[in-house]
Design a protein around this ligand. Structure first.
Ligand SMILES: [Fe+2]
Ligand SMILES: [Fe+2]
Length: 305
């Protein structure tokens, strides 16, 4: 028995009809084509519009005889007719009207790679209640974290030198560099999760020498690290303020859970190290502290210390 649309509508709940359409992946070509223009990249998302029968090209047989478009169209038309008989009036639309303008915009971008977005993130279909202010603030924080990582990498290289000879400090700064890069990645992932667009900025070249005539290199570098961590803590609180002003509870929770509290602990740890270097003084004290840092960070980070 052949089920008609009316029979399906009468006997099956709406959810059953949707499942039937999804598993069979069929629909009314005529009604679907009339409602939604076909988009190639949407085929993987569950919407496929069968070509109209008249559009089927001629088929050339192996014996050299052409069956012609009309015959092929006739066969295809028979298939369509069969599907249309059973599905007339049912159109599977996996996306709602509210995202259709975004879909059209993204489709245009994909068809024309040279096109530029009007403003950051406007083509994201995941974007929901994500303000451009929060998006810009996240990009700024990514830049701050990467800059800190860059500076710590420079410190790592300095203390690794043979004429400096403090591999424990080198391991400590390498650990810090990795940590800041990890924070940048967390922010980057969140930016894309919310449909924002990541914009990486140029990084300023850090100092390569950390000698200091009065303080010595270890105290000079650790004090610089403390000031960096405190600056970062300030910037994270500012980022949190921007998210709060936008009423973005998800962003504020992310900043609190993954960055803010950890940063306050980083500030404390950096301050403790400065105090210890002060106590140790220059010379043998710094050498002893370097051994302690080697034990804590050298083996874990794979640094020869
Ligand atoms: Fe950080
Ligand atoms: Fe840090």
């Amino acid at each position: 028995m052949q089920l008609t649309t009316a029979a399906i509508a009468a006997t099956a709940p709406p959810s059953t009809r949707v499942r039937r359409l999804r598993s069979g992946f069929i629909g009314s070509a005529e009604s679907a084509a009339a409602a939604v223009p076909p988009r190639r990249w949407l085929s993987g998302m569950g919407r496929r519009v069968l070509p109209p029968a008249a559009a089927v090209p001629p088929f050339k047989g192996t014996d050299g005889t052409s069956t012609g478009g009309s015959a092929a169209a006739g066969a295809a038309g028979a298939v369509h007719a069969s599907q249309t008989d059973t599905q007339t009036g049912l159109v599977f639309q996996p996306i709602g009207e509210e995202v259709r303008p975004l879909v059209a915009d993204l489709d245009e971008q994909l068809m024309n790679p040279a096109s530029e977005p009007g403003c950051a993130g406007t083509r994201s279909m995941a974007r929901s209640g994500y303000s451009v202010d929060v998006e810009a603030a996240f990009n700024e924080q990514i830049s701050i974290e990467l800059t800190m990582s860059y500076i710590y990498t420079s410190m790592y290289a300095f203390f690794s030198r043979d004429d400096v000879g403090l591999p424990g400090f080198a391991a400590y700064f390498r650990h810090n560099s990795d940590e800041e890069r990890h924070h940048a990645r967390l922010l980057l992932d969140y930016q894309t999760q919310r449909g924002g667009r990541v914009k990486l900025l140029p990084l300023a070249a850090p100092e390569t020498e950390y000698w200091h005539a009065e303080k010595g290199d270890a105290l000079h570098a650790t004090e610089l690290a403390l000031s960096l961590e405190k600056l970062n803590f300030t910037k994270l609180r500012e980022l949190h303020t921007v998210a709060q002003a936008a009423g973005d509870a998800d962003a504020t929770h992310f900043i609190e859970d993954y960055l803010l509290h950890e940063q306050s602990k980083d500030v404390k740890a950096a301050a403790v190290l400065v105090s210890q270097v002060h106590r140790a003084g220059r010379g043998h004290g710094v050498f002893h502290l370097d051994r302690v840092l080697s034990e804590e960070y050298g083996n874990k980070e794979g640094v020869i210390a």
